[in-house]
Design a protein around this ligand. Structure first.
Ligand code: EPZ
Length: 430
């Protein structure tokens, strides 16, 4: 089993290039099969969730050609099945985008119920509500979601909760439905906009993505495109907070600074210095950081996917901070691990009360999910001594080249598979 071993205490310094956004790319890959022409997708992050989805797309008959590590060509003209029950697909959340994509194109889809990080119950009722409003039948049988529409038509749909997944899924299906769809209370995340832009480049007619009302005029057919995925806001934010937590200085390159505003605002508030460029952000840590309060919210609020990273940083900041998780109910599981490293955090319901400590100490800990896993790596990098992180498979789901990028910033981190390799690392860095 792969683990990370880290010797902490070195401030991270230097430059890091941010990869394409995983959560945009997952939906964009699904959109790519909505035409029988070839779609080229560039700036695709080479991470596990993406590779699983590509295998599933190949599994239903599409032709997938990996032009390079970060570029893929997909031709959906040869799709022979609308049933996606590939062994690993159950492990990724974004499998649900194949429902919207296949329903739109073939008026029928069967996809294994999605898994993903265990951060809460994560219902999909809003996706189902959207498909039903467009005239589709939806039923759940034997762990599969089955949907079929004799006529798929536009409708006026009001989302009861702001959901990234449901917004994108309805957008996918509605792009090829008959007539107009108006989606109200839509999610406004940058990846929703990216998927709309990509679909429009295929000939769809989607207006208003990025606001809470999206208007989609169904078209009869989509066509080929070449599209480059936006930079990953959450990967960027993770490196920004890593600069803060390790008292380092990182130039985070290939980003859209506008997408990072909520993160930048919190870093400034706790005492970091930020320099903003056209497509880069520099974060300079400070010897002493200060407490703050934050509540996770849909975009443009502070992202839930950046919650563990700010908690790790606030665990090392002066005073008492309060972090409220309002999106997922089970996203503080990593706090017990952090407390084993010397943090002083109490969780009450959906709130973490953090009493800042002057240092963390290395320990053997588990990554409970993707973002918490990355945040625990940050904690290990900031802590005194050695940290070993198990279950790094979660981190590999969403961070491309994570340990390489950290090493380039001066981190002492190694991926190891045995006690012997861990000992070798310890000797090397001692
Ligand atoms: C996406 O999940 C991301 N995943 C998550 O990223 C991210 O945390 C989340 O959006 C919020 O930004 C992907 O893009 C693959 P939601 P998603 O639907 O779409 C409730 C990561 O680390 N809800 O926006 O599943 C839901 O329970 C992952 O990269 C319903 O009630 O999230 C939650 O409370 C983890 N009914 C809220 O809405 C529904 O039908 C927002 O969830 C759908 C959602």
């Amino acid at each position: 089993m792969e683990q990370y071993i880290i010797k902490g205490g070195t401030p991270l310094r230097g430059e890091v290039d941010i990869s394409g956004a995983k959560n945009a790319a997952l939906a964009i890959l699904a959109a790519a099969i909505m035409t029988d022409e070839t779609v080229t997708i560039d700036n695709l992050p080479d991470v596990r969730d993406i590779n699983v989805l590509l295998q599933a797309i190949e599994g239903i008959g599409a032709v997938v050609v990996r032009e390079s590590r970060n570029c893929v060509k997909i031709n959906g003209g040869t799709i022979r099945s609308v049933t996606v029950d590939y062994e690993y697909i159950r492990k990724i959340r974004a499998s649900y985008y194949l429902l919207g994509a296949l329903l739109g194109r073939f008026r029928e889809a069967e996809v294994a119920l999605p898994g993903g990080c265990d951060i809460g119950t994560r219902p999909i009722d809003q996706h189902i509500k959207g498909f039903k409003a467009m005239g589709a039948n939806v039923k759940i049988e034997h762990g599969m979601i089955k949907t079929k529409a004799d006529r798929l038509h536009g409708n006026h749909i009001y989302m009861d909760v702001v959901s990234v997944g449901a917004t994108i899924n309805v957008m996918l299906a509605a792009a090829l439905a008959e007539g107009n769809t108006i989606l109200e209370n839509a999610a406004k995340e940058p990846h929703v906009v990216d998927v709309a832009n990509m679909l429009n480049s295929m000939g769809a007619n989607i207006k208003g993505a990025g606001t809470d009302v999206i208007r989609i005029k169904g078209v009869a057919k989509l066509h080929k495109t070449e599209y480059s995925v936006i930079p990953d806001q959450i990967e960027a934010g993770t490196f920004m907070f890593a600069a803060a937590a390790t008292k380092g200085d990182i130039l985070v390159k290939n980003v859209i600074p506008k997408h990072l505003e909520a993160i930048t605002a919190k870093l400034l508030e706790i005492g970091c210095t930020i320099e903003e460029y056209d497509d880069a952000v520099r974060v300079i840590g400070a010897d002493e950081l200060y407490c703050t309060q934050v509540k996770t919210l849909p975009y443009p609020g502070y992202p839930t996917d950046m919650q563990p990273q700010i908690v790790v940083t606030l665990a090392l900041s002066k005073g008492t901070s309060i972090v409220t998780e309002s999106i997922f109910e089970n996203r503080f599981k990593y706090v017990a691990e952090l407390n084993r490293m010397g943090a002083n955090i109490k969780v009450e319901g959906n709130t973490a009360i953090i009493d800042g400590v002057s240092e963390l100490t290395g320990a053997e800990i588990n990554a409970p999910d993707l973002r918490a896993g990355a945040a625990l790596v940050m904690a290990g990098l900031a802590a005194k001594g050695f940290t070993i992180i198990d279950d790094i498979v979660y981190i590999q789901r969403g961070y491309e080249n994570f340990e390489e990028k950290l090493k380039n910033l001066g981190a002492n981190i190694e991926k190891v598979t045995s006690e012997k390799e861990a000992m070798k690392f310890k000797m090397k860095v001692s």
